[in-house]
Design a protein around this ligand. Structure first.
Ligand SMILES: [Zn+2]
Length: 76
């Protein structure tokens, strides 16, 4: 496959960006999102390799004394 050289604009966008696995690879994750490397490092400094569900639980019980944000509540 022929690789096209990235445009100056695309190189600027890519600079400082990194791929973050939504679910850690060690936990079976494959999907990634592009986030700035500095934010990425801070995310992992705070949450290590927790899954999104584990992070939500950590936030609720460590910082919010059991309060679950409305947006996370599932209508029954
Ligand atoms: Zn990551």
């Amino acid at each position: 496959m022929r690789h096209r050289k990235r445009s100056k604009r695309q190189r600027k966008i890519d600079r400082g960006m990194s791929d973050h696995h939504i679910l850690p690879v060690s936990r079976g994750g494959t999907k990634t999102v592009r986030i700035h490397i500095k934010i990425h490092q801070k995310y992992h400094a705070l949450f290590s390799n927790l899954t999104p569900d584990e992070i939500a639980e950590y936030l609720v019980f460590t910082f919010w004394d059991g309060y679950v944000p409305q947006i996370w509540r599932i209508e029954q």
